[in-house]
Design a protein around this ligand. Structure first.
Ligand code: ATP
Length: 885
């Protein structure tokens, strides 16, 4: 490892054979990529597979099974022991594989949102996948970027990075380019930016000195695979439930033993009964089913363009009561077209669509050639601009900010070519746009004088203006009233309005924010449309029907915001917007009231979003909030679900978010909420389906002991039922699509218990049905002269067939079974078919008969079983209908 921080920048550049103003050539970069490999640290599993496997077994309920296995071993019941341990291992293997799959899938999703870097190659600024960086590349960092490799900084302006990921230090560090003593500690190397840290302010350039495993993070840890947290509020609740269940099971098993022995039964039999009870009452399949359901759901969301970064989000989505969304790009298309210009106190209209240069600037119906204030407005717009128009085939697109792209298109319609202007008046310095200051400024030399051009929010720049240009380009007195009236009129029409200004500074002055406080010359206003996304309109309506309020929080002008909010159905005709300035004046109480009533917040600074989220949460709301900038990160973290933009968002925002939208579209949030509700539903469906099996088995054993009859099912048979039905039947509920009408229900309260009263009653009902069916038909078979093995076979079949029918009941917990499209989930049919086939084998194949002590039964023995299963299906439907009433 070289001491790059101790060298001066020229030396580092020479060492890597690169020109800081041109970057590497493509050929050199390709050769280096071969030599140094791709820029991605190799991933190492955090915990060893053995530890992960064992952790599947060291769970309270599984340990009870292990205990039961030991008891049977002591009693010399080797087949039982074998099967019990077999089940423990099978179950652990299943959980291990499923968890592994879920972790891999989540990690792959996280990587799918690739992180990009701005790089100089062949003298051109380009956006590359960070994995393609090589040593010697010149990287341009700006606020919001994740540092893509280890960089020796060459220069910058107010660059600050957050290095917690590397050094644990939470306060961002100022960066400079000057060399440091060789023995400077890593955390104090102010002229280096390390991979994995985040640029939170300013800008900088640096040369890549290490990539992939050679970076500091790569070296220190070889990037221990981030262990994705598979716990959610629901799995935690289930964990608590499992502990209660454990105590209950142990007590009941103890009771069974004591009661039986007191009645004079043999201790051996009673041990076996206690084991049967314990084994039966444990829902072995539950943890794996939850993981599978969550993981399937996450994959389904990814297909609908929502990438989950924290599993908890899946669940919370279903409880979301408020969605706070940005306007530009999320609710609107982010496809800007300039429609109007106001310059020299005259209004001009602009024709044409999209970013193509076809179109004209007109006054009345006359085509105008820009001159005077109009020309200066366009010139400012072109020079104070980082975008580039790209012409591919018939298509014109923008590389960079769409707002700026639209201005370039406008200039071309006015016959001003940006490439020529930019080379004649090169940029000497710049203050990049940031959404807090709401403007951008650049410095150029024009006619030997340093001239600053700036564009930004009118309310921000106007107070610093002292004069304006008239139509001929002469200085006249500022008319703030006329400017404001024009800006407000455009905003009311839903146009996004930018003001353009210029000023002169002295030769020896730097371009600084302080220079933008006064002495500006007002040039003109540009108004552009950014149409609402058509699908956002329907999504807003769907959200309202689902009891979710949609709030727009934007940096844009209140007039524009309200106009767009009305078009989208977020705000009513007479609603008004609260501005960031209004918010700043409200105390906590007033704010809480205001956020409950108002749906549109305009000219909001990113910092204020945090207060808004907190106020909504104080009012009891579950808040999903979108964001894309660096300053949005705290609000994204505070929100119950932070949502970042995959395409247009910064890396800082993505790191802070629980979910990422790959298409930046509001409609995707609505889709994710729907999926989130569906996934939660499916977990509840599984629980409602599975618990009666366990409760029913427990009750059968208990009843047998209390009445002093032979056990209708043995521990082994219970294990058979639990394992096969959980995997072949219950697990299939994970693939149920979201129910129709799922978005017409109010959001689920996070405080609500997993099972409501109705479901608890249903679970009791089915448990009792299973008890009576299995016990009754077992006794009937004995009375009809069947052998004990045959009678037990009947009892097992009752359990399996009733559970199969009940599975169809559970496809909807509230709607009749026939209202669910029969083939919307083919897995249900495949699973049930396999279950029936297996059950036939269980009944008739000699090997199964030997292991499980079963025996073939005749056709007449099947009739009551099938009849009872069908009756149960009908009874449960009747019960559903009764509650629906
Ligand atoms: P949202 O917060 O909904 O995404 P937004 O994009 O309008 O909305 P910001 O990006 O914070 O929010 O922009 C706020 C204001 O800053 C805009 O209304 C505009 O006046 C000004 N602005 C936006 N982009 C630029 C830019 N590239 N250069 C100069 N000023 C800009």
């Amino acid at each position: 490892m070289r001491d790059w921080h101790a060298m001066d920048t020229a030396q580092v550049l020479e060492e890597w054979d690169v020109d800081a103003t041109r970057g590497l050539g493509e050929a050199a970069a390709a050769a280096r990529l071969k030599k140094y490999g791709i820029n991605r640290p190799s991933v190492r599993q955090g915990r060893s597979p053995l530890v992960r496997f064992l952790s599947q077994i060291v769970q309270p309920l599984v340990l009870v099974l292990v205990g039961a296995g030991c008891v049977t071993a002591v009693l010399g019941e080797w087949v039982d022991t074998g099967v019990i341990f077999g089940v423990v291992l099978l179950n652990a293997a299943f959980g291990f594989i499923q968890e592994g799959k879920a972790e891999v899938a989540l990690a792959a999703l996280a990587r799918a949102v690739s992180s990009e870097a701005s790089v100089l190659r062949d003298g051109m600024r380009r956006r590359l996948d960070a994995a393609e960086l090589v040593p010697g590349d010149i990287v341009l960092l700006s606020a919001g970027d994740k540092v893509p490799a280890d960089l020796r900084l060459l220069g910058g302006r107010e660059l600050r990075t957050a290095e917690a990921a590397l050094t644990g230090e939470s306060v961002p560090v100022d960066k400079r380019a000057d060399p440091l003593p060789a023995d400077t500690l890593l955390a104090d190397r102010h002229n280096m930016a390390y991979a994995g840290t985040l640029a939170v302010a300013g800008q900088g350039t640096g040369v890549v000195v290490a990539t992939g495993d050679n970076t500091e993070v790569g070296r220190i840890s070889q990037l221990i695979a981030q262990r994705l947290d598979l716990t959610t509020p629901l799995t935690r609740k289930m964990g608590v439930f499992a502990r209660y269940l454990l105590v209950a099971i142990l007590m009941l098993a103890g009771l069974t033993f004591v009661v039986g022995v007191q009645r004079g039964e043999s201790a051996f039999d009673m041990f076996m009964a206690a084991v049967a009870l314990a084994v039966g009452a444990i829902p072995e399949g539950l943890p794996a089913a939850m993981t599978v359901t969550l993981a399937t759901g996450v994959a389904r969301m990814a297909k609908r363009r929502a990438i989950i970064r924290k599993l908890t989000a899946v669940e919370i989505l279903g409880s979301t009561t408020v969605i706070c969304s940005d306007k530009t790009g999320t609710l609107t298309e982010n496809e800007m077209t300039v429609r109007e210009i106001w310059a020299g106190k005259e209004t001009f209209t602009v024709t044409g669509h999209g970013y193509g240069p076809a179109g004209r600037i007109e006054q009345g119906s006359l085509v105008v050639t820009p001159a005077g204030a109009l020309r200066e407005t366009l010139l400012a717009g072109v020079l104070c601009n980082d975008a580039r128009l790209v012409h591919e085939g018939q298509h014109w697109t923008v590389a960079g900010d769409p707002t700026e792209g639209a201005i370039l298109t406008l200039a071309r319609k006015g016959k001003l070519d940006e490439a020529t202007l930019r080379s004649v008046f090169p940029r000497l310095d710049e203050l990049p746009f940031d959404s807090m200051r709401q403007y951008m400024a650049t410095l150029h030399e024009i006619g030997g004088l340093p001239i600053v051009y700036a564009k930004g929010a009118a309310e921000r720049l106007l107070p610093a203006c002292w004069a304006m240009l008239d139509a001929q380009g002469n200085e006249i007195a500022l008319d703030p009233g006329a400017i404001e009236a024009a800006a407000n009129r455009m905003a009311r029409e839903g146009l996004r309005v930018l003001a353009l200004v210029r000023s002169e500074i002295a030769l020896d002055q730097r371009l600084e924010h302080i220079r933008m406080e006064d002495g500006l010359m007002f040039l003109g206003l540009i108004g552009m449309i950014d149409p609402p996304r058509p699908r956002a309109m329907t999504s807003v309506r769907t959200c309202h029907a689902a009891g979710i309020r949609v709030k727009m929080i934007t940096g844009d002008h209140p007039g524009t915001a309200i106009a767009i909010a009305r078009q989208l159905g977020i705000a009513s005709e007479n609603a008004s917007a609260l501005t960031g300035r209004d918010l700043a004046r409200l105390d906590e109480d007033a704010l809480r009231k205001a956020v409950a009533e108002v749906d549109v917040f305009a000219r909001v600074e990113p910092e204020q979003k945090l207060r808004l989220v907190q106020a909504l949460q104080d009012g009891g709301e579950v808040v999903a909030m979108t964001g894309d900038g660096v300053n949005d990160a705290p609000a994204l973290k505070q929100a119950d679900i932070g949502i970042a933009m995959g395409a247009g968002g910064t890396e800082v925002a993505k790191e802070a978010a629980a979910m990422i939208l790959t298409d930046d579209n509001f409609a995707t949030i609505e889709a994710a909420v729907e999926e989130g509700r569906g996934i939660y539903d499916n977990i509840v469906k599984f629980i409602t389906w599975t618990i009666p099996t366990n409760a029913g088995e427990g009750l059968v054993i208990l009843a047998a002991i209390l009445t002093g009859t032979t056990l209708p099912i043995t521990p082994l048979q219970i294990l058979w039922i639990n394992m096969t039905t959980a995997i072949l039947l219950g697990m299939m509920l994970a693939f149920e699509p979201a129910e129709r009408g799922i978005m017409q229900r109010p959001p689920r309260s996070p405080a609500a218990p997993i099972l409501d009263r109705v479901l608890v009653q249903r679970i009791l009902l089915v448990s009792v049905l299973l008890l009576s069916g299995a016990f009754g038909l077992f006794e009937l078979a004995l009375q009809q002269g069947h052998s004990l093995a045959q009678a037990r076979t009947v009892a097992v079949n009752v359990f399996v067939l009733v559970q199969t029918g009940y599975l169809f009941n559970c496809r909807s917990l509230t709607q009749p079974v026939w209202s669910v499209a029969p083939f919307s989930n083919p897995s249900i049919w495949i699973g049930s078919g396999a279950m029936v086939a297996l059950q036939i084998a269980f009944t008739y194949v000699p090997a199964f008969n030997r292991i499980f002590h079963t025996a073939p039964i005749g056709f007449t023995a099947w009739l009551p079983i099938v009849a009872f299963a069908v009756a149960c299906l009908a009874i449960i439907e009747a019960e559903k209908k009764w509650y629906a009433r």
